[in-house]
Design a protein around this ligand. Sequence first.
Ligand code: MN
Length: 133
Amino acid sequence: MNDREITEGSLKKVLVVEDNQDNREMVVKALKFNGYQVIEAVDGQEAIEKAKAENPDLILLDIYLPKMDGYEVTKRLKGDYEVRSIPIIALTAHAMKGNREEALAAGCDGYIPKPIDVRELPKQIEHFLKPNP
Ligand code: MN
């Protein structure tokens, strides 16, 4: 971890939405290691609640979630003027070819294919982070 990463990451808050505990912990750990603040949600409903309550700088959103899938979460957030500027990156399953297209069609700003490479993750999300006001 270099100084640049610490400085950039420390100001940024990421909402990690993932129902699989192992995947979630892996992503959270990698983000914290790189200086990000992290909020977690384990289903689609909680994702929406925390996005609105916490106003994160970025949302990492699993597609297959309990209660409401990632596509529906994206449509709702992108349809809400209070939170629609928050970038959403879908975590898409490698084997499911349609995931990317459907994620982008739902309004996601980008996608990261699973399995997630935790060493690449900080670089992958950097481009999508909301600029400082
Ligand atoms: Mn899932």
